[in-house]
Design a protein around this ligand. Structure first.
Ligand code: B12
Length: 592
């Protein structure tokens, strides 16, 4: 049975003669042929070369025509994409066309044969189909309606809109579903089924309620029927992350194949897939795939195989392979299939229903507020929890009228409210949209407090460069630190969020800076601070500038580990640290 015959069987839930393999290779195609993602995503011949290299090297059972999947339709609709010709970074959206709701009406469905890079992908798909379409299943990547909407108006704005304006959310998603259908039809016209990617809709970015009430219905009403009408036989829907909370709603979209990403509840996915007669791909963790070691990758793979091998529609997959993922790591996943399972398959038993084991959830205590909290501050905290911006503004003013000092309003009501939100998020009681709405409400309150906290003196005592490091967009804490430092007489140059090393270094070169304050709220981004410090050393600047760091996951030990100078766990302590830094600089003969 060749790969194509196998796939036709497995996708119809019939037992094939082996388990199919579907590694997720996008930017890594570039690595295989020595080109950057930005080069291959703009040249159909290079794209085909990369796809053929993937086929040759890993012998997958699917080839997906796509690199920077989420940018293609977005670019055709007016998003500005930034390309990186000399680096392996994946191109990204830099600016988007929907700035206010009226802009939605101005958008027109693009023509896939003419607009943006859509024709390029169609050309590559056609060439690939001619070369290997007789022996392997080829699929054209299209962006799902939630993800495209979030590209078109900026993820943060779209997420807030999903909570606050269901009518416009539906309107925009009906439009983006029609765009996806148009691109999908163009692939179908050249003999290739589409595959939908919609990972921006994963929980907790999209709340399960919104997925069920809005997203799933747009799929069921518009996208899936239109693709079926155009002749699609298979319409897989790929949403990464732990989609267990939205599994039923994903099945309700009418997709023909589901994905259980590495964090998902495999047993539950398998049971539901069997109940609904759906093929299911299960992924190996992409971080493990990248970092190894090989024996851990194989343990992870074997665990998936042991759980899923008797599901006739099971496909072994991986999360997206990083650009420079060692190819032998991907080979190691495939080797598990070849070695251990090829002889088992013909006797695979019919799946027997398994009882789902539910884990007990340990509920720790929710953070609270001081017992003696003034009623107005309690109401303020609750308004932040609820994300009621207008109430927050009124209550901050009321607290000020009651002569409560600005610092106390922040420390006793506003920061504890964010802690409550963070706890509920960790407990999966709420999701990113709610967290974002609370953050916005808090920021509105801080706008009123800012001039009161940051009373600037005549001559700055020192200049501080502030920024939240690359990969991280949390800025409330950093902004508070900036306000308090301003209040203590420092001049602040704030680089904002998601700041790469190069911008820190360039700003240091262009300005007379005494200290740099970095913020990180995620365990995945805190290490980036160390990279900035390494760059300071490489540039010979480490001895002339002091480094302050902060953010919820940071501690003294981490500060020592990355060779920063001071750590502070609050804005007030940040001021003390900054004053200490000035004194230390002075002792070194460097004065502000
Ligand atoms: C609001 C919020 C968001 C908002 C941020 C909006 C914004 N404009 O900032 C949004 C919704 C965008 C968001 C997104 C995400 N978030 Co969030 N978020 C939070 C939340 C609830 C509050 C953060 C906050 O503002 N706290 C209030 C401020 C005042 O405190 P602070 O930031 O700690 O700052 C103080 C000190 O740390 C210090 N400090 C901070 N910076 C600096 C810098 C210097 C130089 C100094 C001296 C001091 C200092 O002083 C500050 C003032 O006292 C926290 C939970 C929490 N309680 O921390 C989760 C939390 C940080 N988020 C979390 C997660 C997982 C995410 C997401 C990955 C969710 C997702 N799956 O998409 C994304 C990541 C997006 C990204 N790439 O950055 C996790 C992080 C877990 C971890 N271990 O990494 C947390 C802890 C929630 C949780 N309990 O699980 N989030």
């Amino acid at each position: 049975m060749n790969s194509l015959d196998l796939m036709n069987k497995v996708l119809s839930m019939e037992i094939g003669d082996r388990i199919p393999f579907c590694p997720a290779i996008y930017e890594h195609k570039g690595f295989l042929i020595g080109k950057t993602p930005s080069e291959i995503c703009r040249d159909p011949d290079l794209l085909v070369e990369g796809l053929l290299a993937e086929y040759e090297r890993y012998k997958p059972d699917f080839l997906t025509v796509g690199i920077d999947v989420y940018n293609v339709e977005a670019e055709a609709l007016g998003c500005k994409i930034v390309y990186f010709d000399d680096s392996p970074d994946v191109p990204g959206v830099e600016d988007y066309p929907i700035k206010n709701l009226a802009d939605i009406d101005k958008l027109k469905i693009p023509d896939p044969t003419k607009d943006g890079r859509m024709p390029l992908y169609l050309e590559a798909a056609k060439k690939l189909h001619e070369k290997v379409g007789h022996e392997i299943k080829i699929r054209g990547a299209i962006t799902g309606p939630f993800s495209l909407a979030s590209e078109l108006m900026g993820a943060e704005n779209f997420i807030v809109m999903t909570m606050q304006d269901p009518q416009y959310t539906v309107k925009l998603m009906e439009f983006t579903a029609r765009v996806a259908a148009a691109f999908g039809k163009a692939f179908i016209d050249i003999g290739i089924d589409p595959i939908i990617f919609d990972s921006r809709a994963m929980p907790p970015l999209c709340s399960p309620q919104i997925f069920q009430d809005i997203v799933s219905k747009v799929y069921r009403r518009i996208l899936i029927p239109e693709l079926k009408k155009a002749g699609a036989k298979q319409i897989p829907l790929i949403i990464g992350g732990d989609t267990t909370p939205i599994l039923d709603a994903i099945i309700d979209t009418d997709t023909t194949q589901i994905l259980c990403d590495f964090e998902g509840d495999i047993e539950l996915f398998k049971k539901k897939a069997i109940d609904h007669n759906l093929p299911m791909r299960v992924n190996v963790d992409p971080r493990l795939l990248h970092l190894g070691p090989i024996d851990k990758i194989q343990d992870f793979t074997m665990n998936i195989l042991n759980k899923c091998w008797d599901h006739p529609g099971f496909i072994l997959g991986t999360g997206v392979a990083a650009y420079d993922c060692p190819p032998e790591h991907i080979d190691a996943v495939r080797a598990c299939l070849d070695k251990d399972y090829k002889n088992w398959v013909p006797t695979r038993p019919i799946f027997k229903q398994q009882r789902q084991q539910t884990e007990a959830i340990v509920i720790e205590e929710e953070p609270g507020y001081p017992e003696d909290l003034e009623p107005v501050l309690r109401e303020l905290a609750e308004a932040i929890e609820e994300g009621e911006e207008d109430d927050v503004v009124d209550l901050v003013e009321e607290a000020l009228n009651d002569d409560i000092p600005p610092g106390e309003i922040v420390d006793r009501a506003m920061i504890p409210a964010m802690d409550v939100i963070g706890y509920r998020f960790a407990q999966k009681q709420l999701f990113v949209p709610e967290m974002l709405i609370s953050a916005r409400a808090m920021s509105e309150g801080l706008k009123i407090l800012r001039p009161l906290i940051a009373k600037t003196g005549a001559k700055p005592v020192g200049r501080v460069l502030l920024g939240t490091v690359k990969g991280d967009i949390h800025d409330i804490g950093k902004n508070l630190v900036g306000m308090m430092l301003e209040g203590a007489g420092f001049e602040i140059l704030d680089l904002g969020v998601n700041v790469p090393v190069e911008r820190f270094i360039a700003a240091l070169k262009e300005n007379d800076i005494h200290m740099i304050g970095m913020s990180a709220l995620l365990t995945t981004t805190m290490n980036y601070m160390g990279r900035v410090i390494e760059a300071l050393k490489d540039e010979g600047m480490r001895d002339t500038v002091k480094v302050l760091i902060g953010g919820a996951p940071i501690n003294e030990k981490f500060c020592d580990k990355i060779d920063a100078d001071y750590y502070a766990d609050s804005a007030a302590d940040g001021v003390i640290a900054a004053k200490q830094a000035l004194a230390d600089l002075k002792a070194m003969g460097i004065s502000a």
